[in-house]
Design a protein around this ligand. Structure first.
Ligand code: NAD
Ligand code: UGA
Length: 465
């Protein structure tokens, strides 16, 4: 029997660390959970007395935090102290694509993971179970192990891989009722005991038949594989959307027709302006890099095509806007509805909106943006990060407005970039009346009623129809 866990520390209070630990604390009142981060502003926001101001917007999350925070859920910048006191440490730091050196633009940057491992090695005085929660290249646990097992201080560490499968916008739902929990560990007796200790934590609310255990490498690779399969579905339907547009087929009808085949299934077949989010692209690039590093050229090329297709889908959306607006958008006003990479999140990382905006700005368009959860600072940051033009130019060309009707006023065209539900119920007649005519609408998410808007007078362009 493994000893029950009473104290957990999680390094990284981001989109994964925050929600995951909040739910563990909610469901396990007997376990003290401390989430630590170097980012003081983020921790302060997690500790904001008004839980509506926590840094991650997710439906239902502020209620979970309100229930557990101060009881057995704590947010802190005292990293050493939290590590020293914990029996189990989750590493949930960011693992972005490398922007320098070998593997630049492809491999995952593991410097934050290594820093965590070194910090744990330095601070620990008692035996600990280390849990990889971040998404990592297969065999990363080997490096973590090597750092932890060479301290010479006699402290014993077990390394587990426990990748997270939550999707943003539905994080709380996904954490409350996950399809599965995956735990990989060493096949030794100590490894199996560590697995059992983590299974016991999840078993407080997850049925045990949904808790899968594997060896370390299968677990690490399964996470990259799951994201690759999901992204591949989006790229597959998006590839067909272009063919639908040429042939008179309707991509929604095609998706419904194939989705009723139980082997294919109906989910994740929405054609769109392209997938975004912090992980799909990063994880596939990483998979491609790993395959190439083993000399598996065909495997690498196969998965790389998912990214190539996605880039094409984003670009052709922008190109279609320019072409439809009589081959020039210079000085024209294009209103963006939505900036987040999907609805019900304030996360904008790798959002298709950023790249479509960048293409249109290169054509000297003026852009106004409205997103219910994303503010001006983030939008300017996202554009500046691309370094295509100066921050002053971006500020001059892009205006962020908090009212959707004002955003669309006097626009030549509207581009719907995120599938926020509220877009469906706008007073579209009022929007039409205040636009320059002909009033174009490019629906990158197939959310509006095309017939209704066409009847109002809009020239509507959707994906795959
Ligand atoms: P994030 O950038 O939102 O959060 C990471 C946090 O870690 C940051 O706040 C950063 O300050 C902190 N951090 C980095 N190094 C640190 C250190 N040495 N000590 C203390 N804090 C440190 O990232 P995220 O979206 O939460 O993703 C984290 C990991 O989870 C990634 O590997 C990602 O691929 C994976 N993942 C993300 C999602 C998602 O929906 N975002 C889902 C599943 C898996
Ligand atoms: C995705 C996975 O769904 C999670 O299981 C995984 O844990 C996570 O990545 C991760 O590792 O970070 P997430 O990126 O939060 O979750 O959101 P998704 O719902 O997967 O959407 C990703 C992108 O694909 C969004 O831009 C979305 O709009 C787009 N998408 C999704 C489509 O264009 N069409 C679809 O049918 C589905």
């Amino acid at each position: 029997m493994s000893k029950p866990i009473t104290k957990i520390c999680c390094i990284g209070a981001g989109y994964v660390g925050g929600p995951t630990m909040a739910v563990i604390a909610q469901k396990c009142p007997h376990i003290q959970v401390t989430v630590v981060d170097l980012n003081q502003a983020r921790i302060s926001a997690w500790n904001d007395p008004d839980t509506n101001n926590i840094p991650v917007y997710e439906p239902g999350l502020s209620e979970v935090v309100a229930e557990a925070r101060g009881r057995n859920l704590f947010f802190s910048t005292e990293v050493d102290e939290a590590i020293a006191g914990a029996e189990m440490i989750f590493i949930s730091v960011n693992t972005p694509t490398k922007t320098y050196g070998s593997g630049k633009g492809m491999a995952a940057d593991l410097k934050y993971i290594e820093l965590c491992a070194r910090q744990i090695a330095r601070v620990s005085k008692t035996d600990k179970i280390i849990v990889e929660k971040s998404t990592l290249p297969v065999r990363t646990a080997e490096a973590v192990k090597s750092i932890l097992q060479n301290t010479g201080n006699g402290v014993q560490f077990q390394i587990l891989s426990n990748p997270e499968f939550l999707a943003e916008g539905t994080a709380v739902e996904d954490l409350h009722a996950p399809d599965r929990i995956l735990i990989g560990g060493d096949t030794t007796e100590e490894g199996q005991q560590a697995i059992a200790a983590l299974v016991e934590v999840y078993a407080n609310w997850v049925p045990t038949d949904r808790i899968l255990t594997t060896n370390l490498w299968s677990s690490e690779l399964s996470k990259l594989t799951a994201n690759a399969f999901l992204a591949q579905r989006v790229s597959s339907i998006n590839a067909l959307s272009e063919l639908c547009e040429r042939t008179g087929a309707d991509v929604s009808e095609v998706a419904r027709s194939i989705g009723t085949d139980s082997r294919i299934g109906p989910k994740f077949l929405n054609a769109s302006v392209g997938f975004g989010g912090s992980c799909f692209q990063k994880d596939i690039l990483n998979l491609v890099y790993i395959a190439r590093s083993y000399g598996l050229q065909q495997v690498a090329d196969y998965w790389e095509q998912v990214i190539i297709m996605n880039d094409h889908q984003k670009r052709r959306f922008a190109t279609n806007i320019v072409r439809t607006l009589y081959n020039t958008v210079s000085g024209k006003k294009i209103a963006f509805l939505g900036w987040a990479f999907k609805k019900d999140t304030n996360d904008t990382r790798e959002s298709a909106a950023i790249y479509v905006a960048d293409d249109l700005l290169n054509e000297q368009a003026n852009i106004t943006v409205y997103d219910p959860k994303v503010g001006e600072a983030q939008i300017q940051y996202d554009l500046n990060y691309l370094a295509t033009r100066s921050a002053e130019q971006n500020k001059e060309l892009v205006t962020v407005i908090t009212d959707p009707y004002e955003t669309c006023k006097d626009a030549h065209a509207i581009a719907i970039m995120t599938e926020w539900d509220e877009f469906k119920t706008y007073d579209w007649q009022r929007i039409y009346d205040n636009m320059i005519k002909p009033a174009f609408l490019f629906d990158g998410r197939n959310v509006v009623d095309k017939k209704k808007l066409t009847d109002i007078g809009f020239k509507v362009y959707t994906i795959g129809k």
